[in-house]
Design a protein around this ligand. Sequence first.
Ligand code: NAD
Length: 452
Amino acid sequence: MADQLMKLAHHPLTGGLVRALGLPSPTPLARASGGYTARPFADRTVLLGGAPGGFATTEGRRALQGGGAAVLEALPTEEGRAVDGVLFDATGLASPADARALHDFFHPVVRRLARNARVLVLASLPEEAGAPAAAAIARGVEGFVRSLGKEVGRRGVTANLAYVARGAEVRLEGPVRFFCGVHSTYVSGQAVRVTPAVRAPEAVPLHAALAGKVALVTGAARGIGAATAERLAQEGARVVCLDVPALREALGATAKAVGGESLALDVTSPDAPARLVAALKERHGGVDVVVHNAGITRDRTLAKMTSQEWEQVLAVNLAAILAADEALLGQGALRDGGRLVYLSSISGVAGNFGQANYAATKAALIGYVAALAPRLASRGICANAVAPGFIETAMVAKMPLLTREVGRRLNALSQGGQPRDVAELVTFLSTPGAFGLTGNTVRVCGQGLIGA
Ligand code: NAD
């Protein structure tokens, strides 16, 4: 879906006019086309800061240096020299006086962030912070980071927060690589929790992160599902691509393009869970990554919504997922150390006009991962949800022009995301390196103003 305003804003003949009219002039976002590399920060300068008493600086530095970053402990003295990233350890903040460190550190840094720079802040888990005052300060960091994201988004800069449980700082390498790297393009204003809940994997490969793994992606014939299949395959996964029999041809094309295989199956059919388990066990002995991506909309205001429209959405977006999981987990098809990722939506976070059915299912998935994650932790399995915002797919192409144009701009980055951007977050959560993250819902919405 072409973003005409973006084209006009960056055309030499029309760019001046766009600015004169006061229209947004979004920054073209940097995106990766390939997979992870061993040294993702090889050509990057990252500023490392921290408040006294923090417990995550050492591991943060280790993750940056391991990825090849030139780590600076202070802003470069040459006026105008920009930094490509910032990692700030705020885990030592415990009082309002301490919180001043946020202003002192970031005030001079904001103007020195390069286009498409990455900011990651680390904070203590509020419930582990000790006194209520310290918990307040830890939680306050989230408001700071989200505001910062809104101020720097126009330049393509993202700002995210990782709450780090004590003892989980050794799990920061994967999150630092993702949130400070080029693969997190459209993820901004998010707060994730890094905890010791899930037992560590035996190996954490930093590239070809899914070599030897089998992944199932539902709804893989097109859109976000197809992009996810492609991205998982780039990391070395063998991908089983599932979609409805009516889209057999497109499904086959995705499977062929990613060197995977197709499974034409309607997830709502009564025998779908059994067929799914049988196919995965027979072909591969099991599965390591399951991405529940298939979803539908049947938008109508509640006053006009038929019970059939309600039922259809509940069946595909929720009941089929619960039934599939029951079979996959109950019959041992999902291997230990596995990863479950669920496609929620910002509609599930904030609700949306005309989407009572859809939002109910997408919010249900947020509750589901929170409840499911602790039950699977001892098996080394992580369960997380991904909530996309405005992503340029067939789903949004159906919107009226004006709604689409408004939707596209209502985020800190002032533009829509690409299916690949969602696939990047799903892929990160599918890797062994994401073992610190479970039970999270992470939005990929350019820090959408709706539900923010
Ligand atoms: P899409 O309509 O392009 O693709 C969805 C795929 O799911 C289709 O190929 C479809 O055939 C498949 N599917 C539907 N019902 C199925 C069934 N019963 N059995 C098997 N497959 C079935 O949608 P998309 O935009 O790529 O969205 C993918 C997911 O992301 C959905 O869950 C959607 O709700 C979610 N999402 C999308 C956006 C967005 O902006 N596009 C925003 C928020 C959430």
